[in-house]
Design a protein around this ligand. Structure first.
Ligand SMILES: *Cc1c(COP(=O)(O)O)cnc(C)c1O
Length: 370
């Protein structure tokens, strides 16, 4: 048996839309891109959405559009995918890490205010593994200290905090569509905002600094080619039309895992789910017992054809990071602990009950081996 960590859920609809684009003769800035962005706005009830070629690009544009630059500090977490902090480094801004809550693995809201200085300009909140941060509290702190809020909602499409959707709280929010996300375009990302000003800037930055009013070869600022092609948007449009189905399938697979974990009495815990939060399942992560050897578990499972990954290594411990950071890197004990203990196991929409049983049995065996 060979069970991959992730697998996209592609149907005839995605294929049909891609063929329609190929037949249309317009492979960029076409109808599908427009429809995809529009559907995204409708789904989130937001005014603007700007699709790009990756979540990382969209995060970079968010940071740049807010004018964050050298000397500015942005509060974020080290327990995340590197892009959520790299997007600040691209502009010379300083990520100021705040440790995570050991239960939810999201930013520890109680520790935010002590990290705020005269240079702090924004909070970049990462909704890890599809659970939204305590956004009402984060927005309150941001208002009190006059800070921007960026939501890295790349793992949280469809998630909610107190009935309000992820990506609708901050000044600007970003989702991603890499092949393992809830909705995929192969590669892709999208920036959403209610601000007309940020929207215009984002459109310009993704498109070589062009402005909406002027001609193709007039450039108003240094921009990038961060455009999403219509082939990608076609896949995204079909996926967004299937969003409820996609999210329900993931929930079913997650529920089955939770039952199996109970049945096999696995000595693991799962990231805690806040009662105010509605999770959107992105990955299925186990927190291994403190004494377990994460690397040994990974190799044992790999020898049985089960792909797993240590999600997430702490960003401040990445080799290049230690060089980049001018000050001595501080330690973030909860993040470091969790990096040693968390393990993502195979998780996708069409994982069968048999495959899940096989995975859990072997995790159980791996842990029993000590
Ligand atoms: C997926 C992801 C991104 C963006 O990744 P891309 O591969 O550039 O689309 C950013 N932040 C987090 C937390 C992610 O999981």
């Amino acid at each position: 048996m060979m069970i991959p960590l992730a697998r996209p859920d592609i149907t005839e609809l995605e294929k049909r839309y891609v063929l329609e684009v190929l037949d249309s003769g317009q492979l960029s800035f076409g109808e599908k891109l427009h429809q995809f962005e529009q559907l995204f706005c409708d789904e989130l009830q937001m005014r603007h959405a700007v699709a790009m070629n990756s979540g990382t690009s969209a995060l970079h544009v968010a940071v740049k559009a807010l004018g964050l630059q050298e000397g500015d500090e942005v509060i974020t977490t080290p327990y995340s995918f590197v892009a959520s902090s790299n997007c600040l480094l691209y502009e010379g801004a300083t990520p100021v890490f705040v440790d995570i809550d050991p239960l939810t693995l999201n930013i520890d809201t109680k520790k935010i205010e002590e990290a705020i200085t005269a240079r702090t300009k924004a909070i970049l909140a990462v909704h890890v593994f599809g659970q939204v941060c305590q956004m009402d509290e984060i927005m309150r702190i941001a208002r009190n200290h006059n800070l921007f809020v960026i939501e890295d909602a790349c793992e949280a499409l469809g998630a909610e905090w107190k009935g309000k959707k992820a990506g609708t709280f901050g000044d600007v929010s970003v989702f991603a569509f890499y092949a393992n996300k809830q909705v995929t375009t192969g590669e892709g990302g999208i920036l959403v905002t209610n601000s007309d000003h940020l929207y215009e800037l984002a459109c310009s930055l993704r498109n070589q600094g062009r402005s909406m009013q002027n001609s193709w070869l007039e450039h108003h600022r240094i921009g990038y080619n961060y455009r999403m092609s219509d082939l990608q948007a076609a896949v995204g449009l079909a996926q967004m039309q299937r969003l409820q189905e996609l999210l329900q399938k993931r929930e079913q697979v997650a529920d089955r895992y939770m039952k199996l974990i109970e049945k096999h009495r696995l000595p693991v815990i799962l990231p805690a789910r806040m009662s105010e939060a509605k999770i959107s399942w992105f990955v299925f992560v186990l927190i291994l017992p403190q004494e377990a050897d994460q690397q040994q578990v990974i190799s044992f499972l790999s020898s049985k054809g089960i792909q797993t990954k240590p999600y997430f290594p702490s960003i401040h411990l990445q080799p290049y990071y230690q060089k980049w950071y001018s000050e001595a890197p501080r330690s973030f004990p909860v993040s470091e602990q969790m990096s040693k203990r968390t393990l993502a196991i195979p998780f996708h929409n069409n994982l069968t009950a048999e495959e899940q049983e096989y995975v859990i049995e072997h995790v159980s065996l791996a842990l029993a081996r000590g």
